[in-house]
Design a protein around this ligand. Structure first.
Ligand code: F6P
Length: 370
């Protein structure tokens, strides 16, 4: 009996959690007991460097089995490599080549691990009849329909650890430190990284900040006797009336500019206005590096298993999701073209420029469900 061949690729920015997901796609697909139960035999091939590996298939295919992937869940990044290649790039549409290569490689199903860009390609291919399922990953946590995207918790750990270090030097020198996090147009990394590290102020793209108010909050804190302040700012945050800081104006294949530089700008502004010694640090790619934390290993495992469950049940065009404590799935069309951003009304304190300071609503105090 011919085995069904499953291809797997990782696309977009790398992060921790990809390798655990790959490992568990492979382990779950090749599990002897499950294969007997399903009455179906699978083989799995890795596709190197994201969609690029399906445009040029010469030397981009790696057979995967339990022995190959055995230790992968301990490591960050992606053993398969990644790219920001967009087969549907209007300036260079290679989608027909991708479809032809999927046939040539006799791939019966494809698992794509990615964020909104990678999954938008999966969605288009799915509409063209390719059997695809997706696994959500992005440190930005900006995908809809899922409460978790791989890489996020590890990135929050990095932010927390680095800020713990920064506090020591900030306090010795009585300095303000402005720390920039990634996240594009979503403030989750800044918000949850800032909350985890007990930041004095958190600035997010969902709410434009007033520079006068930032200065005032810093001055007020100093009057109260603080020796240092940590201000976490998302790369996509901007002052009211201003624009996002762009560090590279050339757009990538999905039309994104590279954001960066807001922390440096803000630190200079705070120093200019308050005369307090202020420094900035952009945590940048450190947030995507390092080995996956325990949560990313577990979620990678569950997402990988769920992707094979979907394939085994012939359910395609779906993204594996985590919703209200359960692993589930959602059609690509519910995910693509939307963005999960911080809800300023319920998750942000606009007065303190920080995380919320009340959590339980009136309805819950009175015992009624929200
Ligand atoms: O989407 C993940 C992310 O790390 C963003 O937070 C960041 O803006 C972007 O990728 C950086 O992209 P690149 O790896 O192309 O520089």
């Amino acid at each position: 009996m011919r085995k069904s061949r499953i291809g797997i690729l990782t696309g977009g920015g790398d992060c921790a959690g990809l390798n655990p997901a790959i490992k568990w796609v492979v382990k779950s697909a090749l599990d002897e007991r499950l294969m007997a139960e399903r009455g179906k035999q699978y083989e799995v091939v890795g596709i190197k460097d994201g969609w690029k590996g399906l445009i040029d298939i010469e030397s981009s295919i790696v057979p995967l089995d339990e022995k190959v992937v055995r230790t992968w869940d301990r490591y960050g990044g992606t053993m398969l490599g990644t790219s920001r290649t967009n087969p549907y790039n209007p300036g260079n549409d290679c989608s027909k080549t991708v479809i032809a290569n999927i046939e040539k490689l006799e791939l019966d199903a494809l698992v794509t691990i990615g964020g909104d860009d990678t999954l938008s390609v999966a969605h288009k291919l799915s509409k063209e009849g390719i059997k695809i399922v997706g696994i959500p990953k992005t440190i930005d946590k900006d995908l809809c329909e899922t409460d978790y995207t791989l890489g996020f918790e590890t990135a929050v750990e990095v932010i927390t650890e680095e800020i713990d270090r920064l506090r020591i030097t900030a306090d010795s020198h009585k300095r303000v430190f402005v720390v920039e996090t990634m996240g594009r147009d979503a403030g989750w990394l800044a918000l949850e990284g800032g909350e985890s590290s007990g930041a004095f102020m958190i600035l997010i793209p969902e709410y434009d900040f007033s520079i006068e108010k930032v200065n005032r909050l810093v001055m007020d804190a100093r009057k109260d006797g603080t020796r240092h302040e940590i201000i976490v700012v998302a790369e996509g945050a901007k002052p009211s009336g201003g624009t996002q800081s762009i560090c590279e104006s050339t757009e990538d294949a999905f039309g994104h500019n590279r954001l960066g530089g807001i922390a440096e700008w803000l630190a200079a502004e705070i120093h200019r206005n308050t005369k307090i010694d202020t420094r900035s640090l952009n945590l940048s790619y450190l947030q995507r590096g390092g080995n996956p934390c325990a949560y990313d290993r577990r979620m990678g495992r569950y997402f990988g298993i769920a992707a094979i469950d979907l394939i085994a049940h012939h359910r395609y065009g779906l993204l594996v999701c985590y919703r209200n404590g359960k692993i589930t799935s959602s059609p690509f069309e519910n995910v693509i073209g939307r963005m999960n951003r911080v809800n300023v009304d319920t998750q942000y304190d606009v007065d303190r420029y920080n995380g919320r300071h009340t959590i339980i609503g009136k309805e819950m105090h009175s015992g009624k469900p929200e």
